[in-house]
Design a protein around this ligand. Structure first.
Ligand code: BGC
Length: 737
């Protein structure tokens, strides 16, 4: 159904219902928007007609509350808060405080419209899960859905109804710190994991007890920030927009995501926050999204810095007319919207549409009917046994074994020197955006290893050095410790503040002091297992040759210690595969698997280094070996209307049971426009027992899987040859008339 048909149908329904309620007694009529069983659209219409312009405008504003937890200050903040405010960013986890504020809205405002409490719940609330980039490396969307449901439950019990998540910005530049917050470099992967998280947060129904509203961000193209510099310009062709950046948003809108956040970046000259084409023409008209868009923090005022507005008032006008319904924190809508209406620059119809969208989300969440949060103590809210188990499972599945010269897993008797600044660290394992995470909840790598191995005296420890600076005074102890052991497990990486927002880096290698530590240890001639915890791909060209094995554990959250130790001991067979490419050097960026073919594929290489990455997207080793047997297809020549099935049999011919993800790619070697070398179209993870075979299948729908978007978003399907790839196998198919 198109946007206009939908709109027509909705207005018709509302009119019909309003006609019938003429016969309902007048008391009920007065409070129709409070009637739990009335249809949401009817409730909205009823409420809108009771609201003054000022009340409407306040619904379009979001303030923050509770950033400092001095109770006197909070008391003052609560007092000065207008009870009609639309939303708050809630920097607290206290349901009592939320209820106190909500009471003010319900009882001290004329109409009793509940406040929508939002917060950045990105990879778990108190039960902190691995960062999103790591989650994608698990290739297990079911787990992502489950952990988002846990995050929703903990948030809801802490007074939060709305999370600013998932981030589904396709990100191909590891200098950009926010690569840690999304699902990697691939469009399809961002779509699948985005949808999984929307389902996890929102549940079956937004009004369910533990559902919270999702917010897709940052709409759109933020991952393309020039030079990896945060908040910068992004030059995105219409082709790239439709092909790479918009599809995850479309998938998540179709999955019912309640809200979106407009991005900071300027896209080819028009900032995302003032971009009517993206926010209204595509999102609201073409895709029929009926929730609302919130600006990013200060993004409206920043239109002045971006050079498209001369002052706050003009910035507000541009953002609002483009399709941003809620002003995050700028207070511009509150200050200027009434004036803009009086000057006829903004119509009441536009205000009503915007307010309806905000109210629609509030009604759908059931906030009018249940405005308050259940008050429970922290013990009842957080870190439930099964939720921690899920954290362990996700941490284990998200870790990627990058290299293994037959050293891992270690025998149970091995004497291990555990060295490095990450070995006993807890804070940094939590990753960025973990406001409610506590160090005390985290199992460190050291603790995990001590528990894992038979004899705790087998694990000897030295820090070696700090994450950065140039103090080498700990080297001596590290070398002495390493001398006493058979194997060195060296835990290096990034502090959590080195990735995430406003954390761009010009080079993605580890600081020199950490590289020096591994160089010194290597001189002892003992095997070195390098364990990396970081929020982005790293440049490893100088240290990779020194390591006998490399395990990427990302920022694994509270349960990283046990997952890491399980992989080291072989209790867990690693199954993660990279969702983002590790370049050989920073200078290779951008480098991603689905680039387009060069005009001279055998030339144009770098003169100084290889043009190959260090580890491509999809790379990840296991302790067992898988053999991809022949790839077969139900039909090699088929028409656009026929779906075909491709199958590949994978056998476990190695040493232990395992789980293997088959990544299915398709390439279109000749089309009217040049297409990427290959594109991920489907993936599936299955367990395969030692000595057994498992069949993986992918049903190809030509219209969905073989077509491409043109620069206007039209799907184009062209006849001809296509190639399917799974593992090391390749197969040709042909689409005919
Ligand atoms: C970030 C968003 C975040 C918002 C609210 C902004 O600075 O870009 O991702 O949701 O702040 O905290």
């Amino acid at each position: 159904m198109t946007y206009y048909q939908l709109k027509w149908l909705r207005s018709y329904l509302v009119l019909a219902i309003l006609f019938f309620i003429q016969i309902i007694p007048s008391t009920a009529q007065q409070t129709l928007y409070k009637e739990k069983n009335a249809i949401v659209e009817v409730r909205i219409t009823d409420l809108l007609k009771r609201m003054t312009l000022k009340e409407k405008i306040l619904q379009l504003n979001q303030y923050t509350l509770g950033i400092n937890n001095n109770s006197n200050n909070i008391g003052e903040e609560v007092k000065s808060l207008p009870p009609e405010i639309g939303s708050l960013i809630y920097f607290s986890n206290d349901p009592l405080l939320r209820n106190q504020i909500q009471k003010k809205a319900m009882e001290q405002s004329r109409l009793g419209i509940p406040i929508l409490f939002g917060f950045d719940v990105i990879h778990g609330f108190r039960t902190v899960y691995p960062i999103s980039l790591a989650q994608a490396c698990s290739w297990n969307p079911k787990l992502v859905e489950q952990l988002c449901a846990v995050a929703a439950k903990e948030s809801k019990l802490s007074g939060i109804d709305w999370t600013f998540s998932p981030m589904i910005d396709v990100a191909r530049d590891a200098r950009w710190g926010r690569v840690s917050e999304g699902y990697g470099e691939d469009t399809y992967a961002n779509s699948v994991f985005g949808v999984a998280s929307v389902k996890g947060y929102q549940g079956k129904n937004l009004s369910d007890q533990f559902s919270i509203a999702a917010c897709l961000k940052h709409y759109v193209g933020y991952g393309e920030s020039e030079g990896g510099r945060d908040y910068h310009y992004s030059d995105i062709s219409s082709q790239a927009l439709w092909e790479a950046y918009l599809p995850p948003y479309k998938a998540c809108v179709d999955a019912g995501a309640a809200t979106l956040m407009s991005a900071f970046n300027d896209i080819s000259g028009t900032p995302a926050t003032a971009n009517r084409y993206l926010l209204t023409d595509i999102l609201k008209k073409k895709w029929a999204h009926d929730g609302f868009v919130v600006s990013d923090w200060n993004a409206i005022e920043q239109l002045i810095d971006q050079g498209v507005a001369k002052d706050r008032k003009e910035a507000g006008l541009k953002a609002f007319k483009a399709g941003v319904e809620m002003d995050m924190k700028d207070n511009i809508y509150f200050e200027f919207m009434e004036e803009l209406v009086k000057e006829n620059k903004v119509s009441i119809a536009m205000i009503d549409d915007a307010v309806s969208r905000v109210l629609r989300v509030k009604f759908r969440l059931g906030l009018f009917d249940k405005p308050y949060t259940a008050t429970t103590d922290e013990k009842a809210r957080y870190l439930k046994k099964e939720d921690v188990e899920l954290a362990k499972k996700m941490a284990a599945e998200s870790m990627v074994l990058l290299k293994n010269k037959q050293i891992l897993p270690l025998r149970k008797e091995t004497k291990i020197a555990l060295i490095g600044p990450m070995a006993k660290d807890k804070t940094n394992l939590l990753g960025s955006w973990s406001f409610n995470g506590r160090d005390a909840d985290v199992e460190s790598l050291y603790e995990g290893l001590k528990k894992e191995f038979n004899e705790p005296s087998q694990i000897i420890y030295a820090k070696g050095c700090d994450f950065d600076k140039d103090d080498e005074s700990g080297f001596e102890e590290a070398l002495a410790t390493a001398k006493k052991a058979e194997v060195i497990v060296l835990c290096l990486g990034e502090k959590k503040t080195w990735s995430g927002e406003n954390a761009s880096r010009s080079t993605i290698s580890l600081p020199a002091i950490q590289e020096k530590l591994i160089m010194e240890l290597k001189k002892l001639g003992k095997p070195v297992i390098l364990v990396l915890s970081n929020g982005r791909p790293l440049e490893l060209q100088r240290i990779e040759p020194l390591a006998d094995a490399i395990l990427e554990i990302w920022q694994p959250g509270i349960a990283g210690g046990s997952a890491f130790a399980g992989i080291i001991s072989g209790r867990i067979n690693p199954s993660g595969k990279l969702a983002i490419t590790f370049p050989l050097t920073t200078g290779q960026i951008p480098i991603y698997y689905n680039m387009r073919q060069s005009a001279r594929p055998d030339q144009g290489k770098y003169q100084d280094i290889s043009t190959e990455s260090l580890y491509w997207f999809g790379h990840g080793l296991s302790y067992t070996n898988y053999n991809y047997e022949s790839l077969t297809v139900s039909k090699t020549k088929f028409t656009a209307k026929e779906k075909i099935k491709v199958s590949v049999t994978v056998s476990n011919i190695g040493k232990m049971d395992g789980e293997e993800t088959v990544l299915w790619y398709i390439s279109d070697p000749v089309a009217s426009i040049s297409r990427p070398i290959k594109e991920l179209k489907y993936f599936e993870k299955k367990a395969i027992k030692l000595g057994e075979k498992v069949i993986y299948q992918f049903e190809i729908d030509p219209i969905k899987d073989l077509s491409y978007s043109d620069a206007n978003g039209n799907r184009i399907l062209e006849e001809g040859d296509f190639y399917i790839y799974a593992g090391d196998k390749k197969l040709k198919i042909e689409l005919i008339k």
